[in-house]
Design a protein around this ligand. Structure first.
Ligand code: NDP
Ligand code: KPL
Length: 315
């Protein structure tokens, strides 16, 4: 592989964070923005864990930013950091600048956009699906804050033999689909409930929401154990108890945060609903009345009040 710069696409919270991180790892990085240029220097307020104490340090990173039509080089390593609904189009805007054997990685929530992206790649390009539990907030066009320490993993979307290694070796996993379905399960509970009821993540643990959360988890456990579910091989371990532990832990750890879907609804932005609840509804071999209500509560704002009542009447 040639030593060309990494191309990071999307100057949102995660894109800026990864542009800085890749630069810190010693790589040359070019960043593609859509509406607002972050300029030449990005400030990263990072969170580190030293001797059990979390510390914040601000660093400045020189990164070259481009609009897609300003690119002139060819790239071997690409990291797409858009929301799932923008993924394929964002790639297509720069596709002419990506080499025929490039590593193309993406880091978006939900499932479905990865296959859309795979469908426009050439046979020798490798798609690396990624997930991250880092928390990052964009404060200004050129300023981000690391709000939660987490992990990031990449795995081949279509596993090859012998298995390939991601350009950053330590981030490679062989079971990315399992990790993605685990993350999707958490997002399918916390995101729509917090967005529909306008509450912080920790509030879903309150007594008022216990019957709803419990019914949502049990419906999810039914899909995940169903032999005809398209991810059955990767989801058998997600029993009701296992899901409850995962959701409770994340809700507790992020109790004062707003979920990304809650924030999208609050700011009247497009949500990733179709790639979270929508993915489950489209791929489930059984009816999912609760997930359908959650999907509708997000997709149809005019039904939200009615949906809230229905969801709270679940026993
Ligand atoms: N932030 C976080 O802490 C976490 C985020 N995630 C996931 O990571 C993904 C990215 O999240 P986040 O960074 O917060 O989202 P943002 O909305 O902050 O950033 C997405 C960026 O992608 C840009 N974009 C969209 N289309 C294009 C395009 N064609 N060319 C160039 N840029 C484009 C958008 O540009 P524009 O400014 O024009 O809209 C926007 O700046 C999401 O799927 C999210 O769910 C996962 C875990 C944590
Ligand atoms: C884990 C969680 C729920 C944290 O807010 C998240 O991934 C999101 O908001 O999309």
């Amino acid at each position: 592989m040639k030593n060309t710069p990494w191309l990071v696409i999307g100057a949102g919270a995660i894109g800026l964070f990864w542009a800085c991180k890749l630069e810190k790892l010693g790589n040359k990085v070019h960043l593609v923005y859509r509406s607002e240029s972050p300029g030449k220097k990005i400030t990263l307020e990072s969170l580190t864990n030293e001797d059990g104490q979390q510390k914040i340090t601000a660093t400045k990173h020189k990164i070259k930013s481009f609009a897609a039509d300003e690119l002139s080089e060819q790239y071997d390593n690409v990291l797409l950091c858009t929301k799932s609904f923008d993924l394929k189009d964002a790639f297509l805007k720069v596709a002419g600048h990506i080499t025929d054997d490039a590593n193309i990685a993406c880091l978006c929530n939900g499932i479905g956009a990865q296959e859309e992206l795979q469908s426009v790649l050439s046979d020798n390009q490798t798609l690396w699906a990624g997930i991250t539990s880092e928390g990052v907030l964009k404060i200004e066009a050129n300023h981000i804050k690391h709000t939660g320490l987490g992990d990031t993993y990449f795995g081949e979307w279509r596993p090859s033999t012998p298995a390939k290694t991601f350009p950053i070796d330590s981030l490679t996993v062989t079971n990315i689909r399992q990790r993605m379905i685990e993350k999707l399960a958490v997002n399918a509970v916390i995101n729509p409930i917090t967005a529909i009821f306008n509450i912080h993540n920790g509030d879903i643990l309150n007594d008022e929401f216990k019957p709803l959360v419990s019914a949502t988890l049990s419906e999810l456990a039914n899909i995940f154990s169903h032999p005809k579910f398209s991810y059955a091989e990767q989801s058998q371990h997600l029993t009701c108890e296992n899901l409850k532990n995962r959701v409770n832990t994340i809700a507790q750890l992020t109790r004062l945060n707003r979920s990304s879907m809650h924030e999208d609804i609050r700011l009247q932005r497009q949500t990733e609903n179709s790639f979270i609840s929508g993915f489950l509804l489209n791929n489930s071999p059984i009816d999912l009345p609760i997930q359908q209500l959650l999907f509708n509560g997000i997709a149809f704002p005019e039904q939200r009040e009615e949906t809230q009542k229905k969801l709270l009447s679940i026993t």
